[in-house]
Design a protein around this ligand. Structure first.
Ligand code: GLN
Length: 199
Protein backbone atom coordinates (compact mmCIF):
# COMPACT_ATOMS: atom_id res chain seq x y z
CA UNK A 1 0.00 0.00 0.00
CA UNK A 2 1.48 3.38 -0.96
CA UNK A 3 2.21 5.86 1.82
CA UNK A 4 1.15 9.34 0.75
CA UNK A 5 1.85 12.51 2.68
CA UNK A 6 -0.21 15.68 2.80
CA UNK A 7 1.84 18.84 3.24
CA UNK A 8 0.41 20.02 6.56
CA UNK A 9 1.57 23.62 6.93
CA UNK A 10 -1.76 25.30 6.15
CA UNK A 11 -4.94 24.49 4.24
CA UNK A 12 -7.43 21.66 3.95
CA UNK A 13 -5.10 18.88 5.09
CA UNK A 14 -7.70 16.77 6.89
CA UNK A 15 -9.97 16.51 3.83
CA UNK A 16 -7.08 15.20 1.74
CA UNK A 17 -6.07 12.66 4.41
CA UNK A 18 -9.64 11.33 4.38
CA UNK A 19 -9.88 11.25 0.57
CA UNK A 20 -6.51 9.44 0.25
CA UNK A 21 -7.52 6.84 2.83
CA UNK A 22 -10.78 6.32 0.92
CA UNK A 23 -8.67 5.78 -2.23
CA UNK A 24 -6.74 2.95 -0.49
CA UNK A 25 -3.54 4.78 0.45
CA UNK A 26 -1.94 5.16 3.86
CA UNK A 27 -2.12 8.91 4.41
CA UNK A 28 -0.15 11.01 6.86
CA UNK A 29 0.60 14.69 7.47
CA UNK A 30 4.07 15.95 6.49
CA UNK A 31 5.67 19.06 8.01
CA UNK A 32 9.35 18.25 8.44
CA UNK A 33 12.06 16.93 6.09
CA UNK A 34 12.25 13.64 8.07
CA UNK A 35 8.54 13.07 7.47
CA UNK A 36 8.89 13.91 3.77
CA UNK A 37 11.62 11.30 3.42
CA UNK A 38 9.18 8.57 4.50
CA UNK A 39 6.42 9.03 1.93
CA UNK A 40 6.03 7.61 -1.60
CA UNK A 41 4.05 10.62 -2.83
CA UNK A 42 2.75 13.96 -1.61
CA UNK A 43 -0.41 16.05 -1.84
CA UNK A 44 -0.11 19.83 -1.54
CA UNK A 45 -3.53 20.98 -0.32
CA UNK A 46 -5.70 23.99 -1.04
CA UNK A 47 -5.40 26.98 1.22
CA UNK A 48 -3.34 30.10 0.69
CA UNK A 49 -0.29 29.66 -1.48
CA UNK A 50 1.74 32.58 -0.08
CA UNK A 51 1.26 31.27 3.46
CA UNK A 52 2.17 27.71 2.45
CA UNK A 53 5.26 29.03 0.64
CA UNK A 54 6.46 31.07 3.61
CA UNK A 55 5.83 28.26 6.11
CA UNK A 56 7.64 25.76 3.86
CA UNK A 57 10.73 27.98 3.95
CA UNK A 58 10.36 28.52 7.71
CA UNK A 59 10.04 24.77 8.42
CA UNK A 60 13.11 24.07 6.26
CA UNK A 61 11.10 21.81 3.98
CA UNK A 62 11.09 23.90 0.77
CA UNK A 63 14.44 22.68 -0.57
CA UNK A 64 13.76 19.03 0.39
CA UNK A 65 10.40 19.32 -1.39
CA UNK A 66 12.08 20.63 -4.53
CA UNK A 67 14.65 17.86 -4.38
CA UNK A 68 12.05 15.08 -4.01
CA UNK A 69 9.92 16.48 -6.85
CA UNK A 70 13.01 16.82 -9.05
CA UNK A 71 13.81 13.18 -8.24
CA UNK A 72 10.38 12.18 -9.54
CA UNK A 73 8.31 11.76 -6.38
CA UNK A 74 4.64 11.85 -7.43
CA UNK A 75 2.99 15.08 -6.30
CA UNK A 76 -0.60 16.32 -6.54
CA UNK A 77 -1.56 19.94 -5.90
CA UNK A 78 -5.11 21.30 -5.53
CA UNK A 79 -5.80 25.02 -5.93
CA UNK A 80 -3.13 26.69 -3.75
CA UNK A 81 -1.29 23.38 -4.16
CA UNK A 82 -1.52 23.76 -7.95
CA UNK A 83 0.16 27.15 -7.56
CA UNK A 84 2.86 25.57 -5.36
CA UNK A 85 3.83 23.00 -8.00
CA UNK A 86 3.78 25.44 -10.94
CA UNK A 87 7.17 26.42 -12.30
CA UNK A 88 5.95 29.99 -12.61
CA UNK A 89 3.32 32.28 -11.07
CA UNK A 90 2.11 35.13 -13.26
CA UNK A 91 1.38 37.46 -10.34
CA UNK A 92 3.28 36.24 -7.26
CA UNK A 93 3.04 38.12 -3.98
CA UNK A 94 6.33 39.40 -2.64
CA UNK A 95 8.38 36.61 -1.13
CA UNK A 96 6.15 33.95 -2.69
CA UNK A 97 8.06 30.93 -4.02
CA UNK A 98 6.99 27.65 -5.54
CA UNK A 99 8.23 24.08 -5.31
CA UNK A 100 7.79 23.75 -9.06
CA UNK A 101 7.34 20.50 -10.97
CA UNK A 102 5.00 21.38 -13.82
CA UNK A 103 6.10 23.57 -16.72
CA UNK A 104 3.13 25.93 -16.56
CA UNK A 105 2.28 29.51 -15.70
CA UNK A 106 -0.60 29.96 -13.22
CA UNK A 107 -2.72 33.00 -12.50
CA UNK A 108 -3.75 33.29 -8.86
CA UNK A 109 -7.39 34.06 -7.97
CA UNK A 110 -8.15 33.96 -11.69
CA UNK A 111 -11.78 32.91 -11.28
CA UNK A 112 -12.53 35.80 -8.92
CA UNK A 113 -12.96 36.46 -5.24
CA UNK A 114 -14.15 34.22 -2.40
CA UNK A 115 -17.81 35.17 -2.96
CA UNK A 116 -17.46 34.27 -6.62
CA UNK A 117 -16.64 30.67 -5.74
CA UNK A 118 -18.65 28.12 -7.72
CA UNK A 119 -19.14 24.49 -8.62
CA UNK A 120 -19.10 23.10 -12.14
CA UNK A 121 -19.02 19.71 -13.83
CA UNK A 122 -15.53 19.09 -15.23
CA UNK A 123 -14.48 16.34 -17.63
CA UNK A 124 -11.05 15.14 -16.52
CA UNK A 125 -8.96 13.05 -18.91
CA UNK A 126 -8.00 9.83 -17.12
CA UNK A 127 -11.07 9.86 -14.86
CA UNK A 128 -13.65 7.47 -16.29
CA UNK A 129 -17.39 7.93 -16.03
CA UNK A 130 -19.35 11.06 -15.18
CA UNK A 131 -17.69 14.47 -15.04
CA UNK A 132 -16.08 15.41 -11.73
CA UNK A 133 -17.88 17.97 -9.56
CA UNK A 134 -15.36 20.81 -9.54
CA UNK A 135 -15.37 23.04 -6.47
CA UNK A 136 -13.61 26.31 -7.34
CA UNK A 137 -12.70 28.57 -4.38
CA UNK A 138 -10.69 31.66 -5.35
CA UNK A 139 -9.20 29.27 -7.81
CA UNK A 140 -6.21 29.77 -10.08
CA UNK A 141 -6.25 28.87 -13.73
CA UNK A 142 -3.37 27.90 -15.96
CA UNK A 143 -2.39 30.54 -18.49
CA UNK A 144 -0.15 28.26 -20.52
CA UNK A 145 1.67 24.94 -20.35
CA UNK A 146 5.02 23.87 -21.77
CA UNK A 147 5.46 21.12 -24.33
CA UNK A 148 5.98 18.42 -21.68
CA UNK A 149 2.75 19.10 -19.81
CA UNK A 150 -0.60 17.55 -20.71
CA UNK A 151 -3.86 19.45 -20.23
CA UNK A 152 -6.38 17.12 -18.55
CA UNK A 153 -9.33 19.51 -18.20
CA UNK A 154 -10.63 22.93 -19.12
CA UNK A 155 -13.48 25.02 -17.80
CA UNK A 156 -14.92 27.73 -20.05
CA UNK A 157 -11.77 27.79 -22.14
CA UNK A 158 -9.39 27.93 -19.17
CA UNK A 159 -7.03 25.12 -18.23
CA UNK A 160 -7.95 23.68 -14.80
CA UNK A 161 -6.14 20.31 -14.66
CA UNK A 162 -2.65 19.42 -15.84
CA UNK A 163 -0.29 16.49 -15.63
CA UNK A 164 3.42 16.35 -16.34
CA UNK A 165 5.05 13.03 -15.63
CA UNK A 166 4.54 12.31 -11.93
CA UNK A 167 3.03 15.71 -11.16
CA UNK A 168 -0.72 16.37 -11.18
CA UNK A 169 -2.54 19.64 -10.51
CA UNK A 170 -6.18 20.75 -10.36
CA UNK A 171 -7.60 24.26 -9.87
CA UNK A 172 -10.51 22.70 -8.04
CA UNK A 173 -10.90 20.66 -4.84
CA UNK A 174 -11.92 16.99 -5.27
CA UNK A 175 -11.16 16.51 -1.56
CA UNK A 176 -14.26 18.56 -0.72
CA UNK A 177 -16.62 16.23 -2.54
CA UNK A 178 -17.44 12.60 -1.76
CA UNK A 179 -15.95 11.60 -5.11
CA UNK A 180 -12.49 10.13 -4.73
CA UNK A 181 -11.73 9.34 -8.39
CA UNK A 182 -9.09 12.06 -8.81
CA UNK A 183 -7.36 10.90 -5.62
CA UNK A 184 -7.58 7.34 -6.95
CA UNK A 185 -5.86 8.51 -10.15
CA UNK A 186 -3.06 9.98 -8.04
CA UNK A 187 -2.78 6.86 -5.87
CA UNK A 188 -2.38 4.87 -9.12
CA UNK A 189 0.41 7.24 -10.18
CA UNK A 190 2.17 6.65 -6.84
CA UNK A 191 1.69 2.88 -7.14
CA UNK A 192 3.09 2.89 -10.69
CA UNK A 193 6.13 4.85 -9.51
CA UNK A 194 6.99 2.34 -6.77
CA UNK A 195 8.73 3.03 -3.49
CA UNK A 196 11.57 5.59 -3.41
CA UNK A 197 15.14 4.31 -3.75
CA UNK A 198 16.03 5.28 -0.21
CA UNK A 199 13.44 2.99 1.38
N1 GLN B 1 -6.36 31.94 -3.88
C1 GLN B 1 -5.60 31.01 -3.10
C2 GLN B 1 -4.11 31.21 -3.33
O1 GLN B 1 -3.71 32.03 -4.09
C3 GLN B 1 -5.97 29.58 -3.39
C4 GLN B 1 -7.35 29.30 -2.90
C5 GLN B 1 -7.59 27.85 -2.57
O2 GLN B 1 -6.67 27.05 -2.41
N2 GLN B 1 -8.84 27.51 -2.38
O3 GLN B 1 -3.33 30.54 -2.74
Amino acid sequence: TPVIGVLALQGDVREHLIALAAADAVARPVRRPEELAEVDGLVVPGGESTTISKLAVLFGVMEPLRARVRDGMPVYGTCAGMIMIADKILDPRSGQETIGGIDMIVRRNAFGRQNESFEAAVDVKGVAGDPVEGVFIRAPWVESVGAGAEVLAEHEGHIVAVRQGNALATSFHPELTGDHRVHALFVDMVRANGAPESL
